[in-house]
Design a protein around this ligand. Sequence first.
Ligand SMILES: C[S@@+](CC[C@H](N)C(=O)[O-])C[C@H]1O[C@@H](n2cnc3c(N)ncnc32)[C@H](O)[C@@H]1O
Length: 392
Amino acid sequence: MPAARRSQAVPHRTAGRSIRDDRHDAAVPPPSYSALSLYAGAGGLDLGFLEAGFEIVWAIDSDEQAVATYRANLGAHIACGELPGTAPPAELTPDVVIGGPPCQGFSVIGRMDPSDERSRHIFGFLDVVERHEPRAFVLENVKALAVSPRWATTRDALRRRAESLGYEVEVFVLNAADYGVPQGRERMFMVGMAETRPVCPPPSTRGHPVTVREALAALPRYGEPGNDGICTAKVIPAVKPVMRPTAHKGSLLFNGSGRPLDLNSTAKTIPASMGGNATPIIDQDELEHGAAPWVVEYHARLLKGGKPLKKAPARMRRITVQEAAALQSFPRSFRFTGPQVAQFRQIGNAVPPRLAEHVAGTVRDTLRAVDEGQQRPSGRRDAGRDSALALA
Ligand SMILES: C[S@@+](CC[C@H](N)C(=O)[O-])C[C@H]1O[C@@H](n2cnc3c(N)ncnc32)[C@H](O)[C@@H]1O
């Protein structure tokens, strides 16, 4: 294994915090590690790494609008191009390679097709790891890739490939709600480390998650500057509602997949398809004046045999772009660019920055422990290289 590299110290950027601070290390130690980011999107994952003190030396995404957002908020180090064609500059020697390759191929709402062309990107990610030999990598993806029997072959092949490159590999399924994000969003993080075993980030808000109400409290009033990315998709009651025991959990009372948010709980996974009737719904009177949730009363009426309404009251509205961003734990200062549907897509596609910061902080601490001699290098990377050579 190559001698452990030390990066140059870089300034630590801070994007500000709008909700409960759940960081396990409020005083971030001096930054010292570098990262190379693939499929960076608007930069949710990257923002978390920046917040944890990493320098992002190079990033890439193929979506012009996401790249514009990234540049406006995180810096000009991102290229707009297609992987694998546009490869990272060969001379880069990042400490960590990070990225969330496109996941529609693995998504439970996607087609779950193992031969899907988009599934190839996860192996392309490891090609970059092989070329740049980072000390660690973090590959983020949907939970299905980690747990679904359908993806067992792909998952095992991915792990074997990473191990053959000399990495110890752990697959963590993390729920954003356990890491300071007001959203139940489970994601896979495959973490590889060349010198030691990857560590799971300790949860910070398990059992006491940040609520939707807490997350939205810091925003300006609905429609005012800073909270004016209004989604005009109408809220229309379903003609044939699907009834479950509670209004917020499982019941389908409106057309489309956008559900009413329970302000006292976490949101469900925010999808990339927001902008129309997949956009979550909020009760403005409940949010602003503390009124009893209209949907609970409507649900009770339906349970008693009441007829579905043709129109929902005006207080039932879609969330704004800024509210969606807050539910993903983006700081208020973060600005999205492009048409509204592109902004919603960038937000829904992102790794929540708070969750990313926890992952990044644990990778940083593990690298530091190796550097400070607190963790004995396993030397596995050399073993992996040997076995890879033996197989060649
Ligand atoms: C799940 S999103 C990544 C979100 C990002 N990790 C974040 O936290 O904001 C996947 C990204 O892959 C990008 N993408 C898809 N195919 C690509 C390709 N061939 N080359 C580069 N980027 C690609 C998409 O534009 C999208 O932004």
